[in-house]
Design a protein around this ligand. Structure first.
Ligand code: MG
Length: 236
């Protein structure tokens, strides 16, 4: 028992943990709102990409950059726990890219992305962009709680991961604007039900847009690029 209030020590500690967590999220939210304004002053629309590791986020970006070419000015912020590997892949496409490493944290947060925005702007003569992609740390849980200041949030699930992911990770799907099913060229080899994935995702989030892609094979990529161009025209 606690001498001060008579509660059980464990529940007292729990209260403190909840308080710290709430103030951390409130501070993140304030910075996220500032990031959104910051991104708008850069002329850009920002897209936060969330998925498990290995869903094909970086591969999608590589093929997207090939298709968009010089028609839109793109910047990329890469998030990982360690290494510059994803930034190195994107740099080969000739676009400004910043690698953020969290040093262990399982998600990006708004203060780290704010630093990334400055580093990105330094790679552009006028500091302006049309679209900024933020590739989050591969994790289908923690990134959902942290607003980064993005305008659009995309959740990717690849065919090998299974069609039960929307039902298992409802918070992540609730906050998304677009659900992309990737690696659809593998559908003949895996027990993945497009119908189940779509049905569960729409049950959680009826306004969710859904796209199916296989980036290296070019499937769904015309629709994806049209979606991005439309975003830029309507939001920027
Ligand atoms: Mg990646």
């Amino acid at each position: 028992m606690c001498d001060t209030c008579g509660c059980h020590i464990n529940s007292h500690t729990d209260h403190k943990i909840i308080d710290v967590h709430q103030s951390l999220l409130a501070a993140n939210q304030e910075q996220a709102d500032r990031n959104r304004h910051h991104i708008e002053t850069m002329g850009a629309v920002a897209i936060n990409m969330i998925s498990s590791p290995g869903s094909g986020k970086t591969t999608l970006l590589e093929h997207t950059l090939d298709r968009i070419g010089n028609t839109l000015k793109i910047g990329v912020i890469e998030g990982d726990i360690e290494t510059e590997r994803d930034a190195d892949r994107i740099r080969k496409k000739g676009v400004p890219v910043v690698q953020l490493t969290t040093g262990g944290a399982c998600h990006l947060d708004a203060p780290l992305v704010h630093k990334g925005l400055h580093d990105l702007a330094n790679q552009s003569e006028d500091g302006k962009f049309d679209l900024i992609f933020i590739e989050n740390v591969g994790n289908l849980v923690c990134p959902a709680t942290f607003d980064l200041g993005e305008h659009i949030r995309i959740i990717l699930v690849s065919v090998p991961e299974g069609s039960d992911k929307p039902a298992k990770y409802p918070t992540t799907f609730n906050g998304a604007d677009l659900f992309m099913i990737t690696k659809t060229d593998l559908l003949p080899y895996f027990d993945f039900s497009i119908e189940e994935a779509e049905k569960e995702a729409l049950r959680l989030n009826p306004g969710l847009e859904i796209l199916k892609t296989a980036a290296p094979a070019g499937r769904g990529m015309d629709t994806w690029v049209s979606y991005l161009k439309n975003l830029h025209e309507t939001l920027a």
